[in-house]
Design a protein around this ligand. Structure first.
Ligand code: SAH
Length: 246
């Protein structure tokens, strides 16, 4: 039986994976990768067999059950199995389902953390999510409720947060704005949208809660994330975008 490593690929830029993750890629027998993983990252594992899994591949949803099954098959056939997941595996990455499926068959899994999209987006914006005196907590949330799941109380969590980051929310921007307004958030609350954080085609957009519904009309081509809270109030833009350092 092999060992499975759930490796965070980071937000996209090939040099934002950890050294540990890169070393595991270099000795992997097989790599199962998500749609959010950039092709350049696969250059770290020329020796490995590659298996594409994930929602955007082939334009069809690859069922989680199928991914779990493929992981089990790979663990039976190979020594070092890398499951490469966008961002950090522990945030909105369905890591637990994979770990549980493996554990049920006595297969060990280890997580290698990655730079999550929220932090890559903060870096692009050049804004501290916990600016002293302004924000003392950060909520990572999603308004998305998956198939077979009961509702979530993301609204109260986000409304109570000093800084909030919403994953997978852009298409539901209008519903999100309405729900947060109803929960008592000021119409002037600043909101930022970051598309393709850490990638060369990164774009940033500014809204307030009042104008946030417009975000759903944007023609976006990459993954996008919403950030809101007082730390995003306009200030002189004196920041160096993350990718400029690469
Ligand atoms: N595990 C991942 C999140 C997976 S959910 C992580 O830790 O980042 C997928 C969502 O993440 C997307 O819908 C988007 O909201 C966000 N996302 C992922 N990569 C991103 C990027 N480079 N820029 C902006 N948002 C991103």
């Amino acid at each position: 039986m092999g060992k499975v490593y759930l490796v965070g690929a980071g937000p996209g830029a090939a040099d934002l994976i950890t050294v540990r993750g890169m070393r595991l890629l270099a000795r992997a027998d097989v790599v199962l990768y998500d749609a959010l993983v950039e092709p350049e990252m696969l250059e770290y594992c020329p020796q490995a067999q590659l298996i594409a899994v994930g929602k955007r591949c082939a334009g069809a949803a690859t069922a989680q059950r199928f991914i779990n099954k493929t992981l089990l098959d790979c663990a039976a056939r190979f020594g070092t199995v890398v499951r490469l997941k966008g961002g950090d595996p522990s945030l909105f990455g369905r890591a637990q389902e994979e770990i549980d499926a493996l554990a049920a068959h006595g297969i060990k899994a280890e997580i290698v953390p990655g730079v999550t999209a929220a932090l890559a987006a903060a870096a692009e914006l050049g804004v501290s999510l916990t600016e002293r005196g302004v924000a003392r907590n950060v909520v990572f949330a999603t308004a998305r409720v998956g198939e077979g799941e009961t509702g979530s109380d993301w609204v109260s969590a986000v409304a109570a947060a000093d800084t909030a980051v919403l994953y997978m929310g852009v298409r539901q921007a209008a519903e999100i704005a309405a729900a947060l307004t109803a929960a008592g958030l000021a119409a002037s609350t600043p909101v930022r949208l970051v598309e393709s954080a850490s990638r060369p085609d990164c774009r940033e957009f500014s809204f307030t809660l009042a104008t946030l519904p417009d975000a759903a009309q944007l023609a976006l081509s990459g993954p996008a994330i919403l950030l809101l809270g007082d730390v995003f109030r306009a200030r002189a833009a004196l920041t160096t975008p993350l990718r400029a350092a690469a």
